[in-house]
Design a protein around this ligand. Structure first.
Ligand SMILES: NC(=O)c1ccc[n+]([C@@H]2O[C@H](COP(=O)([O-])OP(=O)(O)OC[C@H]3O[C@@H](n4cnc5c(N)ncnc54)[C@H](OP(=O)(O)O)[C@@H]3O)[C@@H](O)[C@H]2O)c1
Length: 283
């Protein structure tokens, strides 16, 4: 096995509002084929990643669990996130959903359990959140958070429940930064996780001069520059790749630093461009 001790220890951690810490850089497995998941997650663990982001709906929690078990890595060195799917809103459904996910992962607790989407048309996310508060008390999730909550849902959750979410995991990349939401969330102690950090490869992010210029200057790839921009912006990220070379590439981002001008150039790419579903429309 390659010695990745140095690069692994270089991954910054962020303290969550419940006192736990999360590695700021992880590996996401959305659209990783369940049949390939064990192999791909194993190559991520070998590359040095210790934070894996999955979800019940991805259908690959079992593969993630097998890779964890086969790795021999002590459980306390790993940070595992999974998410409650939209059909499982409500108290009893949430209790069943976490048990099903833990069973598939082969774990007795996850490090972070998220409501995947608020599903506003169902109007049950307050009830579901209160169930997650109990799931945390039971020790089945060390931290709890939300995903795809926009300002109206986050504001309401903070007003009507007791535990402030540790994170809000939202679509976030240079062309969609949702600054009003991230500023509000951070002011309340909610850390921001950026999903689709590379824009899911759906626009010309890797070809614009604001990204290719710094890539050339630092001898890095455009993807590494974008991931570095997230880290220096304070976002938690877990880029996905099926390709072992890219998996390693995306992890090699702790040995250079973007200048203030390079950061500003990439931040200037904001154009309110959503590449995936709007949270109001997912129910
Ligand atoms: N909460 C939510 O609703 C939600 C929604 C979406 C995603 N997520 C989470 O966020 C994670 C990341 O987001 P994402 O997977 O949607 O998108 P992403 O990480 O922004 O982009 C993944 C795409 O970029 C390509 N890619 C990866 N590394 C590359 C590199 N170094 N150079 C060129 N292309 C590269 C991948 O292709 P290859 O695989 O071919 O390398 C894939 O097509 C997910 O895996 C999931 O864990 C959460």
């Amino acid at each position: 096995m390659t010695d990745t001790t140095a690069s692994r220890s270089a991954v910054p951690t962020i303290e969550l509002n419940d006192g736990t810490t999360i590695p700021q850089l992880g590996f996401g497995v959305f659209k990783v084929d369940p049949a390939q998941t064990e192999k791909i997650v194993s190559s991520a663990l070998e590359a040095g990643y210790r934070h894996i982001d999955t979800a019940a709906i991805y259908g690959n929690e079992e593969g993630v669990g097998r890779a964890i078990a086969a790795s021999g890595i002590p459980r306390d060195e790993l940070f595992i996130t999974t998410k409650l799917w939209n059909t499982e809103h409500g108290t009893e459904s949430a209790f069943a959903a976490i048990d099903a996910s833990l069973g598939k992962l082969g774990l007795d607790r996850v490090d972070l359990y998220l409501i995947h989407w608020p599903s506003p048309a169902q109007d049950r996310y307050i009830e579901t959140w209160k169930a997650l508060e109990q799931i945390q008390q039971q020790g089945k999730a060390r931290s709890i958070g939300v995903s795809n909550f926009l300002l109206p849902q986050l504001t309401r959750l903070l007003a009507e429940t007791d535990v402030v979410p540790a994170v809000d995991q939202i679509e976030l990349h240079p062309a969609l930064q949702s600054t009003e939401l991230t500023t509000f969330a951070r002011s309340k102690g909610v850390q921001i996780e950026a999903w689709g950090p590379l824009g899911q490869g759906k626009y010309d992010l890797f070809e614009v001069p604001e990204v290719t210029g710094p890539a050339q200057a630092h001898g890095k790839t455009p993807a590494q520059v974008v991931i570095r921009w997230h880290l220096q912006s304070g976002n938690i990220v877990f880029p996905k790749s099926n390709n072992p070379a890219r998996i390693a590439e995306n992890f090699a981002v702790t040995d250079f630093e973007l200048t203030d001008a390079e950061m500003a150039g990439i931040t200037g790419l904001e154009r309110g461009h959503r590449v995936s579903a709007h949270p109001d429309e997912v129910n």
